[in-house]
Write a protein that binds this ligand. Structure first.
Ligand code: ZN
Length: 88
């Protein structure tokens, strides 16, 4: 998976998980079962986002994790290898 796609997917999943959890919390007074499911689904999506980050957001050269907060990384902070722009 290209690095940029991976980072975007991870961010989208984090957003979805927050939205699910928030909706679940707001539903708490109305439908507590549905609320629990929403919060549970939010946690699952959050875990998925985390996994996508740690499985796919790696340097293609040394396979170590890249700092996900940094935008448009061009050089790997571990092996100083150049990360292709087309790859990320
Ligand atoms: Zn590297």
């Amino acid at each position: 998976m290209p690095l940029r796609t991976c980072r975007r997917l991870s961010y989208i999943l984090y957003g979805v998980s927050c939205a699910l959890a928030l909706v679940g919390i707001f539903l708490k007074n109305g439908n507590s079962t549905l609320s629990l499911w929403m919060v549970g689904a939010g946690l699952l999506v959050f875990a998925a986002a985390f996994l996508v980050g740690i499985i796919f957001y790696r340097c293609p050269l040394c396979k170590r994790l890249l700092p996900i907060k940094e935008r448009d990384i061009e050089v790997c902070p571990h092996c100083k290898g150049k990360l292709k722009k087309s790859n990320g």
